[in-house]
Write a protein that binds this ligand. Structure first.
Ligand SMILES: N[C@@H](CCC(=O)N[C@@H](CS)C(=O)NCC(=O)O)C(=O)O
Length: 218
């Protein structure tokens, strides 16, 4: 098999790429990188040589000698390289810009502030307790979701933008999974909740769920 995804079952950035690979119906080899075991396997020399940022995911295509980090770059590469069976970005430039803006609302403005290394820094440098770390994550997710709910209220039907799945849905669903982990009341966000329910009925999203991965811990 030539495609490999190094990731972690509960990493939302890895989860995004799993959904995209499934939607593209691509076979791939999943290589678990445990973010806590052994002090964090993302810091090992072997992983750092693949991804100097010491974050997951890393995507590799051995046939083309391609090593990529950043879930958005990986998914856009997949979308351009494999046009079938679905396109994940709309054909019109303004629609594409709107989809990318929503993915960045999540990937740039919500997920990074609640990343593991940020939470560890809050504990190590500022003595934050586990409960305070959880409140921190909940706060930033709620702030981001309040804006996204307003943004997609008029554009969403089955999915964030109408009846076609896009990159926006691929980024939203892992963030909803994180929101539920941090006890966010999803009833505050009826449109996001409806889109998440629709996506989570699709095989590509079900197979990508954290609990369905080989490295999942119950
Ligand atoms: N912007 C990156 C985010 C990557 C990222 O933050 N990965 C997290 C898991 S979701 C990670 O590896 N965290 C390990 C750490 O913080 O040490 C992407 O979209 O790929």
């Amino acid at each position: 098999m030539s495609l490999h995804l190094h990731g972690y079952w509960r990493s939302s950035a890895t989860y995004r790429v799993r959904i995209a690979l499934n939607l593209k119906e691509l076979e791939y080899n999943y290589v678990p990188v445990h973010l806590a075991k052994d002090g964090g396997q993302q810091f090992s020399d072997s992983y750092t040589s693949l991804n100097p940022a010491q974050l997951v995911p890393t995507f590799i295509n051995d046939d083309a000698d391609i090593f990529l980090n950043q879930s958005m770059a990986i998914i856009e590469y997949l979308d351009e390289r494999y046009e079938e069976p679905v396109k994940l970005l709309p054909s019109h430039r303004i629609d594409r810009a709107r989809v990318r803006a929503l993915t960045q609302d999540i990937a740039c403005d919500i997920q990074p502030v609640a990343n593991l290394r940020v939470l560890n820094q809050l504990s190590q440098e500022f003595d934050a307790l586990p409960e305070q770390r959880n409140q921190w994550c909940k706060h930033w997710i709620e702030k981001g979701f309040t804006a996204i709910e307003r943004r997609i209220r008029n554009s969403a039907t089955d999915y964030c933008f109408g009846f076609d799945l896009t990159l926006a849905d691929i980024f939203l669903i892992p963030q909803v999974y994180n929101a539920e982990r941090f006890d966010v009341d999803m009833g505050q966000y009826p449109t996001i909740q409806r889109v998440a329910q629709n996506c989570n009925e699709l095989p590509a999203f079900i197979q990508a769920k954290p609990e369905n991965q080989i490295d999942a811990v119950s």
